[in-house]
Ligand binder design. Sequence first.
Ligand code: AMP
Length: 284
Amino acid sequence: MAPAVLDSVAGLRGAVAAWRADGLTVALVPTMGALHDGHMALVRAARAHGGRTVVSLFVNPAQFAPNEDFALYPRNPAEDLAKLAGAGVEAAFMPPVDAIYPPGFATTVHVDGVTAGLESVARPHFFDGVATVVTKLLLQCLPDVALFGEKDYQQLATVRRLAADLDIPCRIEAVPTAREADGLALSSRNVYLSAEERRVAPRLFEVLGWTAAALAQGAKSSYAVANGTAALRAAGFTRIDYLAVCDAETLAPVERVAVPARVLAAAWLGKTRLIDNVPVSPAD
Ligand code: AMP
C-alpha cells in the first residue's frame, strides 16, 4: 500500500497520535529523499521494530552553504514514494520548506564537541543546520526510535549528543553503511560521478580499510594517515579534505588506538565530494 503523504506538522502529529492510541510504537527515518538502498537499510531496520514507520523526505536548506548543491540536489519524490510503498512504510512526511522554517523562524540548535573538525572545516554551517532540523523532526514526530546511518558518522554522533542533552525521549539507533559490491558507500551524490571517477571511488573504502588494519597492528595515527593520504592521491583523488583517526564516541583525534576508534575521510573526485568511515579496534 502507498504510504500516507503528510505535509504538515499537524498531520504528522495526528497520524502518530492515532497509532499511539492503538498501542503501536513509532520509528522515524529522517532523509533528504533521492532514496537508495542505504536509506532502505534504515527503513528495513525501522520496520523490524514492528510498529509504524515514518520516513521524512526534506531537503534541508539550512545545512547547505550558498556555494553548495541545494538547488541541484537530486529529488525524485515519485520514485521515493514507490520505494517506500514497496517496503511497507506507513507514512512519508514531506513538508514544504515553510512548514519547517515559517516566517520569523530564529532558533538554531548548536552542538559542541563532536561537531569540531572533520566535516565542519569544509562545511562550517552544516551541523547547526542538521542539529536544528533533526531536533525539530524528533519533536514533531516524537518517535520511540529514530534511525541514522553510520555513513554520516559525525552526524550520527551529533544527533546522539543533542538527543541526550535535550532529553528528547527517543532512542537513536545506528545502522551500518550499505555499500556497492565494490565497497563504495551508497550516496545520493554518487550520481554526480563520471564513469572514470566511479571506477576510482571504491578506493576510498579500500584505503580506509588498510589504514584501520595498520592502526589495529599498532601503527601510529600520523604514520597510518600519511600512508593513507598518499594512497588516495595515487588512486586519483583530486583533493583530500581529511583522513583522520578519532575516538569512536567523542571524535577527538587519537594518536595511538587504545579505545574503539574510527577512521574517517572526505575526498574529492573532480566536483564530487565523497565521505566514508570504518571502525578500528585496538590490537590485542
Ligand atoms: P541523507 O538523505 O543523505 O540525509 O541520508 C539520510 C540518512 O540515511 C542518514 O542517516 C544517512 O546516514 C543515511 N545513509 C545515507 N547513505 C547511507 C548508506 N550508504 N548506508 C547507511 N545509511 C546511509
